[in-house]
Design a protein. Sequence first.
Length: 117
Amino acid sequence: MSKVFLNGTAIDWDIKYADTFFTRLFGWIGKVEINESDALLLKPCVRIHTFGMRIDIDVLFLDHLGVILHLTENLKPNKLSPNIKKARSVIELSAGTIRRMNIQLGDKIMINNSSFL
């Protein structure tokens, strides 16, 4: 399991990686529930869709250093996110995570004590 940090503080997310065409394309499709600790890291990624999904999700768009450039709360099924040109990766989370953890633009996510370089 990867160690995840938000602004230098360890957080309890179970990161799953989507780094191939098909894993990025299908993501959470078919899931009927995402646990509060579940996180899906899509890389590379500048835009996501929720077509075929049954659940709302929170979305973090990160630059190459893991800095949050854009966030979306409670993205509904069958929607398309904005295209965030400077994003290099996206983390999809259970709906309500952004509010519950008070995640803000400019916050930094690190995995295994390294940035997204």
